[in-house]
Design a protein around this ligand. Sequence first.
Ligand code: SF4
Length: 712
Amino acid sequence: MNIQAQSLTERIAEIKGAKVLKSFCYTCPWTCPTEVYVRDGKVVYHKGNPDAPNNIGTRCAKGMASAWVTRDPDRLKYPMLRTNPKGQKGEFKRISWDEAFKFIADKLRQIEKEHGPEAVCYLSHHDPNSIFMVQLLAQLYGTPNISLGHAMGCEGDRRSACLTTFGSLFPMHDFTGSKYVILWGMNMLGANQGLFESRALLQAKKNGCKLVVVDPSFTETAQKADEWIPIKPGTDAAMGLAMCKHIIDEGLYDQDYVNTYCHGFDGFRDHLAEKGYTPEWAEEICGIDAGTIRRLAREFATTKPSISAQFKGSGYYTNGNDGGRVCYILAAICGQIDKPGTFHLDDWAPIGHPVAIPEEAMRKPEKAPLAHAMGYALAPLTGYPVVPEIPSSRLPGAVIEDDPYPIRGIFCQATNPVMSDPNRDRVQAMFAKLDLAVAQELYMSETALECDIVLPETSFYEQAELRQGMWLGPEAILCQPVVEPVGEAKPAYEIAKGLAQEMGWGEYFSYETWEDWAAVSAKDLPVSVDDLKEKGFWAGNVSYGRVEAGLGTPSGKIEIYSNAYEGAGHNPYPEWRERSVIPDDEFPLQVTHSKLSMHCNIVTQNNPFLMEICPENWVEINSVDATKYGIADGGKCVIESPKDNITMTAKVVEGLVPGCISIRHGHGFGHWAMGSVAKGKGAHSNNLMDTHTNPITGTNNYNECKVRIRAA
Ligand code: SF4
């Protein structure tokens, strides 16, 4: 790829006189508000919106490189129909949009007739514009099987913990005034995290906040910490339980707070005692000595305001759900919830549905959502309308074995399960068996190659979106189309409109312009769409005190004793469970994963700027293990699991717990589709893994995997 260098003078000349439009970046889900400079139909410059509280004018490298997507020659340009049988490498021909809508509508009618509307699933990735297709498929067609946030491949355990403990789905963190922060498996300075949270954490540190990072890996965040706790993988729950027990035994908890605002504290104290969750017990499991666990517990309980936060590093295991609950209960028993400097409960702007579908036109599904039918009653809920996420690694069972009931059609909007789910062979077998597989995508992704039909979608530079801002307070942010779509690509709202017309539901999707539907969505906001176009966002005040006002849990309190867990037949208190896959003599190493700061999941690997900085992924291995297995720093190595093997570049490090490896993945690389820049770079680990799912939340357990390693 030849990227022409420009001099500063040339750049300034190009930017001068450009039209500036307020928008936002959607390269990663943190959606930073932006200002985009457009001249002659081309994005010539873009920067963070200086007035927005999320990023105050800043962007990350991924965002700065993102305009490439508007001129990438590898983008999909036309609807494409498969011409050869599935199960083979996909071959496609160009078709018109009318032909595409007719093909999909005919298949939807056929599936409904043979299996019912519940046999269709819709998978997407955090995109608010997916609401249009969701309203069509869920409310009019009648399927309850909608997955909107890829939570099962991401933060399903954390969301489930937040929902069952606080009745709130999405955790935020008010780091600014914190005096003590403990992060469990959360590499927020190296992976994706809202820029305002990262900035606030670093500012808090400058103000004297102590930062403790619990992680098997000496991550970018651990490198900035006051203390790195190199815990054995998948044992966070044990350490957290022991910290809770020590705080309670020493009387360091906030007695008034737990009496007033927590449900089940006394029973929790007895539960910890009965199970014997002492620091000495935890030391055996976690590899962290009991004295350190006691000291950290004492420090956390006596230094306020404080935050106990987690992300995916403590999930991805069989016990990830209870690890998540313990992280929050630790903060709750110290009274550190929803106050300045503590864990913050989400507070959303009043953004409504863009399409008004009358009650009488809505079709109620007859079958339970897949998550519930599969037995995952505590799969985290999502929105539009509220349904449980689909445990995606179990989806092949519904397609291949009709378990728990048949699925025959899958829509994938900006989601690539062939790359992102474990057990790739089985995911591909699933697509081969479907009657209808639709990819709505920017690129011919690995999943698109397995589909019947591929629909080119616009990028965030070519479409409008109105969505919740990822900031502490309520915030609505607007994305405006700043350039023309690539080829015949359409925004999601035009794709849904075309399909709705073909299905006979066009009257509900009657908007002529994006401003028409945006006005419907924005009707409860205190500002108009024109105001949003002018400023880019609306932000309300940060508020606290929702615990005092009553939470959305069954008890209205913080649930240490979870009514949801009890109702689903599980222990209402968090407990320790060992991982389901333990390394052994044949496969002696535990797999862990961590992200790459220069890439976002599997979406940025066709960006030549980012690939120049970070052209491939690698595996990290401790120097002790490297010597033992003959692995050289920078050399190629073969990683073998009981299921498959991959070859990667090795980095020999000191900052990793011996006995495990850390695969830097960004969920990507090694693409065999996607685009010319991404193709063939690095390696991808998903076929090393067998299907392991959290038994309670349904989240993919990516780290339940054992391997051996040798020099290539
Ligand atoms: S943090 Fe995410 S949304 Fe913000 S600039 Fe970076 S890639 Fe874009």
